[in-house]
Design a protein around this ligand. Sequence first.
Ligand code: SF4
Length: 146
Amino acid sequence: MERILISACLVGDNVKYDGGNNKNPLIDKLLEKYELVPFCPEVEGGLPTPRHPSEQRGELVVNDIDEDVTDNFVNGADLAYNICMFLHIKIAILKERSPSCGVHEVYDGTFSHTIIPGMGVTAALLKRKGITVYSEDEIPKLLEEN
Ligand code: SF4
């Protein structure tokens, strides 16, 4: 069974900044076809749960009390890529609009709920390294294709 790296919050792990999750209703369908490897770059990058929400601002990632958490995000992205290499993972499914995991959209860094086109730190690194990255919204497409 092919392995897929997946945002841990999408499988129901309570790793969101507010201590909740984003369990996706199609997880059981995915499990029929794939071995899922849940991973949360923000937690693995050293941030606690719950934590202050963060947004990308230019090259940096800052939280809503203006702390620079860029290093945590970069470390989490590096670890995600290391796991993909170690487990021969070529596909990732990531949570849209997260500053780590967003695939097509992210928040604009003003903490005003404004969405702009862009990628989270982990999503961008995985894509640069040749991993095929799907957003959660594209799970139906992935299930159809394979
Ligand atoms: S960093 Fe990714 S996996 Fe972790 S809570 Fe945010 S969206 Fe989910």
